[in-house]
Design a protein around this ligand. Sequence first.
Ligand code: LLP
Length: 430
Amino acid sequence: MNPFTYHHGELHAEDTPLAAIAQQVGTPFYCYAQEALEERYRRLAAACAESGTKIAYAVKANGNLAVIATFARLGAGADIVSGGELQRALAAGVPADRIVFSGVGKTTAEIDMALEHGVGQLNVESEDELADISRVAASRGTQAPIALRVNPDVAAGGHDKISTGRKTDKFGVAFDRAAELYARAAADTHLAPRGLAIHIGSQIHDISAFETAIDRLVVLRGHIRDAGHAVPHLDLGGGLGVAYDGGEDMPPAPYGGLLARVAAETGAELTIEPGRWLVAGAGLLVGQVLATKDAGDRRFVIVDAAMNDLIRPALYEASHPVWPVKKPPENAATDVITLAGPVCESTDVLARDVALSGVGTGDLVAIGMAGAYGAVLSSGYNGRRLVPEVMVRGRDFTVVRRRPTYEESMALDSLPEWMAGPDGAERGVA
Ligand code: LLP
């Protein structure tokens, strides 16, 4: 289901014209389609049903409370990587025991916060972290439920910068150390090891990469069980790929089949941590054209959205589809253009060499597949305010993160006390 379609020549999100949102909210803004989010979740949940696999939504892909809550109400848990994401997941109504705390470095304060709230599992990524979690659990007089994230040494992922499962990547504990660490955790009265975890990368389309990594994990689980330890749980990470070029997203059914095989062979309880697959296609970034111009052999369309709002093209050479909000007439000439933002960096390009017809100054354009790793990766670079996020449901829409005022954008800054006050200018001068 594509939630973004033209009706009467106007691009809509579900049944709401994007132009109506722009008029009320201003541009740029992110727009999410709630029924599409729900449909994605249900499709994946259906593929997980046979194996009983639990879904822990990877909050990092889109941490808006309304998005997390949409999945939480359908029964999702959450995969988090920081104290901030823990607070978001709890605030959105995810039960603590359905939260998995991943992440390659957790502070003592974050571990403490996780134990205080009773998260379901902490995925341990190093020997030092194992010791740290044990110490914090001891100070609380409790036992920490942990899984050991291992590095299966499998290359996967749509881009070098989002591959995580090679042994040269910083993630997980080395495969050949895992059994020893698991035994150490089992002997520690403040740790309750409940399983193993992997996450091999993001934007994966090839199911054989998942198969290879999972098969290695299952072998490791066998060794650990042979040594007398229970390994009731396997966390298989996220990574399901989507199509940024209008092609096919990774179909959930074969993946579900793989999960069913693993569940049947091992009897283990399974969890997955998908992010992108659930949210990417349900989100757009909408901007307004500020200017068009020719430079060298290129035609530039400059919009008010920029790399600080959507950094994926600049950071990963990602290409997102671009659609005019007003459908161009059939006979309109097609320009091949570069869509760029106002930020003072040559890399502030949102789309390169895209065919776009009939778009001029003042028109709205939508950048597609922006629901994942869009708003969450935004910044205030160039003094730009964070972009608002809007949730659409049918004909209704509501702002689920508003645009801050300029005062709010500056509110955390302050002058040093020696510069403040009426004579501040004189003070501070040696
Ligand atoms: N679990 C762990 C431990 C992860 O590190 C990640 C993503 C996920 C789950 C969710 O992966 P997904 O299902 O979304 O592929 N900013 C990059 C993607 C970074 C992914 C980081 N880890 C991008 O925009 O392509």
